[in-house]
Design a binder for this molecule. Structure first.
Ligand code: UD1
Length: 358
């Protein structure tokens, strides 16, 4: 009998991560897969657009959970996932990243005695005020197989006493990036936005810690305004951020647009003078595309990108943001390979098949 996997996704970064894994599972013998969409992200630009652009298979279940407080959202997912797992009886549940969907996928499976594989295991910001940090810590401690993007993540797990089932496999987002880059038309994308290569900034801001605190968001917008005095700044806004920025006023030079799909985002990142972001996944994509990055947070899980000099942390403070961008533009350090070689999907399926045999 082939290993029956069920992969749970719900938020944008999980769609990007799971696409190459779904393709790999479909192409290999001895393993089958189905996707469950929790419905955490439901706007067209946040979900459906990604499914079609990444050629993701139709989910076998769409739970339609939608928004709510963390407890309400996660609890609704748990109730629905119990039902799905009992009906499907997977041999293993695969969960990605650090969202509420990630946690619900792992918790429901673990309580039903179904093994859990956590992809992007071992990441730590060491900041327990972040909902994502709580989600990843709990998920890692529930998981049977822990797939780490790099050695730092595996070391983090060992420090927490997790030693078995851990494998360093690289990062699925890099697999996804390679696939997406084959089909993007960078020139057309820049034309569409009226931008010239190297003469604009690309920014995303959506973390609760930045958007839910008016003083922080004001300070970030003031920082973006300073940066946008040099080149125009394109700000595709997550639905969480859009109304909040509109309320505070869009700064001059900043172009607030709807969220963009993955190929469009990658084209815009590739040719930007620099990227400013508080996203997790984007920091790596910016690195692989060899664009300087400024992360508007006090810490990052992707420490290697900072260590090699391509990513800088900036607090929510206008001059800290401006100085970080100036420094980012001034330097072109060496660019070593980070987080694998774009074959994480193959490595993960190899480990899953070994797990099935044992
Ligand atoms: C989630 C993840 C975050 C990840 C991000 C990527 C958690 C705790 N956080 O944050 O780690 O970086 O996804 O995008 O899981 N909303 C819409 N339309 C949508 C989705 C959300 O309007 O399609 C609104 C909701 O009503 C809510 C807000 O956005 O007000 C937050 O959505 P939620 O799914 O709770 O978390 P994200 O902020 O997207």
């Amino acid at each position: 009998m082939p290993l029956k996997t069920v992969t749970v996704v719900g938020a944008r970064p999980e769609f990007v991560q799971t696409a190459p894994l779904a393709r790999e599972i479909a192409s290999r013998d001895g393993i089958t897969g189905g996707l469950v969409h929790t419905g955490q992200h439901y706007d067209y630009e946040m979900s459906e657009l990604f499914f079609s652009q990444l050629e993701l298979p139709e989910p076998i279940y769409h739970l339609g959970v939608g928004s709510g407080s963390h407890g309400v959202q996660t609890g609704a997912m748990l109730a629905e996932l119990d039902r799905v797992y009992l009906a499907e009886r997977p041999d293993i549940v695969i969960t990605h990243g650090d969202t509420n969907s990630t946690l619900a996928a792992a918790l429901s499976a673990a309580k039903l005695g179904i093994p859990v594989a956590h992809v992007e295991a071992g990441l730590r910001s060491w900041n327990r005020a972040m909902p994502e940090e709580l989600n990843r810590v709990v998920t890692d401690h529930l998981a049977d197989l822990l797939f780490c993007p790099g050695q730092t993540a595996a070391d983090n797990l060992r420090r927490e006493g997790i030693a078995t089932g851990v494998a360093v496999v690289g990062d699925l987002m890099q697999d996804s990036l390679h696939w997406t880059m084959r089909s993007i038309d960078t020139a057309a994308t820049l034309d569409h936005h009226g931008l010239r290569p190297g003469e604009y900034f690309f920014a995303t801001i959506h973390r609760a810690e930045n958007t839910d605190d008016e003083a922080r968001l004001r300070a970030i917008l003031a920082g973006l305004e300073k940066v946008a005095a040099v080149h125009p700044l394109l700000l595709p806004a997550h639905p969480r951020t859009r109304p909040r920025i509109r309320d505070l006023g869009v700064p001059p030079g900043v172009r607030l647009i709807d969220p963009v799909g993955h190929p469009e985002a990658m084209a815009l990142v590739k040719e930007a003078a620099a990227v400013l972001t508080d996203s997790g996944g984007l920091q790596k994509e910016v690195y692989w595309l060899e664009t300087p990055c400024v992360t508007v947070r006090t810490e990052t899980e992707w420490v290697e990108t900072v260590q090699v000099g391509w990513n800088r942390l900036a607090d929510a403070d206008p001059s800290s943001i401006e100085l970080a961008v100036e420094a980012a533009l001034a330097e072109r350090p060496d660019h070593p390979d980070l987080y694998g070689d774009g074959h994480a999907a193959r490595n993960i399926v190899d480990h899953l098949l070994t797990f099935a045999r044992n």
